[in-house]
Design a protein around this ligand. Structure first.
Ligand code: D41
Length: 671
């Protein structure tokens, strides 16, 4: 009996502890323990429950993923209808809204509003009875939705029970379920690889995930939730007198509420918030499509009431549309540095998400086939954040009879060399190599770029002009340019010509790894180039190494080794490399460092925040070259955190765990 008592007590303690950590993590955004510690608690709970199944309770944190139900989703009637939101398409329409409210309320004072980001997800209703989550439903048409309780239970940020001893008899919480952008991107990458169906946007992905009949599938999708209002609430629970106070109450009860909330007195502050969140939009972890602005005072809300299906006291101020329809005029194939032919959609220009778009990437031929596109189709273009515009789908019913099949080219559109497709790869490639103007120009751009030879003042545009004027054919021709030639170009003067000559001269003093990277050998990135240089020490040794010797280098597998061999076996490349060395490119002799001498050997680093001088990949490459491992999250095994600007939760966690915190400058000065 006493043993059973002890087990029961331990179970209760574990559940309370896990619930508490979930609350800190999801609601307060202040994680207190490393993930590994959390996992340990969870495993202990699962272990005990496995040994004593009779002690499992439905609100145990281990019980989120249940069995698949036999039938589909049951219908649910919302006792209080779930209202919709009116839209304001711009600031003026919001000013009209504010004016109408002042008239109705008969006030001349400014109105106090609460501004929230408008998450692009799905509205749901959660019902808690005596503190337990008993039912969750989709909004549906506002009156009738579907019972999705089993799927909602898999969302880790939604508490299965409320955090309070005095829980209301009934509390309905309303909010938005959404898919974080990182989860969405990974899901689509995986779908593309597995040739499955990709989702057009995070909202569709969230909807598809919630409508899964098998909760195990939903659980894998890592959905998230923010509460934005209450619904039906029993009289034993005293709701606050303002919207903000009510959200605060929900937060106290364990429900996640967005931290991007802001109180705004009057229209100017609302519009400021709108501007502010719009500039922040690309940095948020989730997609938003506008701002929801609500009257804060509940008395005023009640006075205003609602019209048809929408409250008069709230409005969604929308960002410019991210998706628009337009016509696919044709498909061009662009040739990249490595010869890859990328299909690009030529579009009738259309205004999407604040800019005019006339091209969109189609990735590769497989993508065209997957979408089933034809020239002449009406396509849906999406531009999210600062990513390249994408073709999401086309409108079947609008396909004209004259629509044309998109042909894979058999020859390079630039040099007319044959095109090849490697088995198992989605891309097709021009076989022209340096004969191909496009590949050559791209190779020169790469050579001059910042991470490569870093030739100041030699941007992509100038390389295009120099190529078009036949002033450069090979990379090494760069070093034969004369000041007068450059100065005679349009928009170049004496001074910029001299600057470029100086920059070219300066670039000759480099390192072997930079030079190797600059050659643009397929699959040889900065890290691989560093590893090769460190391993072989001289260019000759690399150029002569056989496949086996190359594969002995960190990071070099059979494919990279093959590309290296192909590059150095090509007589044209041998001539070019020699011409570059003859032009005066040189580097210091490398001292062999044994692994044990690497200064950061065995250390684990994490990088967070915005770095000013290095990109993330440069910072990572530098740490790795010095022997460190770079991890994605902080734990007690982390040796140091490199924190840039605007560092957030990782910095907080590092401080809590007493992990050493270092600046970007520290990293730059390391050698
Ligand atoms: O973020 C949202 N998508 C959001 C949706 C939000 N922050 N607040 C909302 N507030 C309401 C009212 C004012 C009716 C309580 C909403 C929605 N409604 C809503 N979402 C879908 C339909 C209505």
């Amino acid at each position: 009996m006493s043993e059973k008592f002890a087990i029961d007590a331990r179970l209760k303690q574990l559940r309370a502890e896990i619930d508490e950590h979930n609350y800190r993590y999801y609601v307060l955004d202040e994680p207190q323990i490393p993930d590994a510690e959390y996992d340990r608690l969870m495993r202990e709970l699962q272990q005990i429950e496995q040994e004593h199944p009779e002690l499992i309770s439905p609100d145990s944190p281990s019980q989120r993923v249940g069995a698949k139900p036999d039938s589909g989703f049951a219908e649910v009637i919302h006792q209080l209808p779930m209202l919709s939101l009116d839209n304001a398409m711009n600031g003026d329409e919001f000013m009209d809204f504010d004016r109408r409210l002042k008239e109705r309320l008969d006030v001349s004072d400014t109105i106090e509003y609460v501004c929230e980001p408008k998450l692009d997800g799905l509205a749901v209703s959660l019902i808690y009875e005596n503190g337990q989550l008993t039912r969750a439903a989709t909004r549906g048409d506002g009156n009738k939705g579907e019972d999705i309780t089993l799927n909602i239970r898999t969302i880790k940020s939604i508490p299965l029970k409320l955090r309070s001893d005095q829980t209301p008899q009934t509390l309905e919480v309303r909010g938005e379920v959404f898919m974080p952008l990182s989860v969405f991107e990974n899901l689509n990458i995986q779908a593309r690889e597995e040739d499955g169906k990709t989702f057009a946007n995070p909202r569709n992905a969230a909807a598809g995930s919630l409508r899964q009949l098998d909760p195990q599938v939903t659980a894998k999708r890592q959905l998230a939730f923010y509460a934005y209002s209450t619904g039906l609430v029993s009289e034993d629970f005293k709701l606050g007198g303002t919207h903000l106070a009510r959200l605060e109450q929900l937060k106290k009860l364990g429900l996640p509420v967005t931290s991007e909330l802001q109180l705004a007195t009057g229209t100017e502050q609302v519009l400021n918030y709108f501007e502010q969140i719009q500039t922040k939009r690309n940095q948020l972890a989730f997609e938003i499509d506008g701002v929801v602005c609500k009257v804060n005072n509940i008395d005023q809300q009640e006075q205003l009431g609602f019209v048809s299906r929408a409250p008069r006291w709230a409005i969604a101020i929308k960002f410019p549309a991210q998706e628009e329809m337009t016509k696919l005029l044709g498909v061009d194939f662009q040739v990249g540095r490595t010869g890859a032919l990328t299909p690009v959609a030529r579009l009738e220009p259309v205004f999407v998400g604040g800019v005019t778009v006339s091209n969109a990437t189609l990735h590769n031929m497989d993508e065209i086939e997957r979408l089933g596109l034809m020239v002449g189709d009406t396509v849906i273009i999406r531009r999210a954040g600062d990513v390249i515009p994408q073709v999401v789908s086309f409108v079947k019913s609008k396909r004209p009879e004259s629509a044309k099949v998109i042909q894979q080219p058999s020859h390079c559109p630039v040099c007319n060399s044959e095109v090849e497709k490697t088995e198992g790869e989605a891309v097709i490639r021009c076989t022209g190599g340096f004969i191909c103007d496009a590949q050559r120009t791209q190779a020169i751009k790469h050579f001059a770029s910042r991470k490569a030879m870093d030739i100041d003042g030699l941007g992509d545009k100038l390389v295009d002009i120099l190529s078009e004027l036949d002033l450069i054919h090979h990379i090494s021709d760069l070093y034969k340019l004369e000041k007068e030639q450059i100065a005679s170009l349009e928009r170049m003067g004496e001074k910029s010509a001299q600057n470029l000559i100086d920059a070219l001269e300066k670039s000759k003093n480099t390192t072997l790894s930079k030079f190797l990277y600059s050659l643009g050998i397929r699959e040889v990135g900065e890290v691989t180039a560093k590893n090769l240089a460190q391993h072989f020490l001289t260019l000759d040794a690399i150029a002569q190494a056989d496949i086996e010797a190359l594969e002995a280098v960190d990071d070099v597998g059979p494919i990279v080794a093959k590309h290296l061999r192909q590059f150095f076996d090509n007589p044209a490349n041998q001539v070019e490399v020699k011409a570059l060395i003859d032009a005066g490119i040189h580097w210091p002799t490398i001292e062999k460092k044994s692994d044990d001498e690497l200064p950061l050997k065995g250390k684990t680093f994490v990088i967070t925040g915005t770095l000013n001088n290095l990109t993330r990949s440069q910072a990572k490459a530098k740490l790795e070259a010095l022997g460190a491992k770079v991890a994605g999250s902080i734990s007690k095994n982390t040796d140091a955190l490199i924190a840039g600007e605007k560092a957030g939760s990782k910095l907080k966690k590092a401080q809590e765990l007493g992990v050493k915190i270092l600046s970007e400058d520290y990293l730059i000065n390391l050698s």
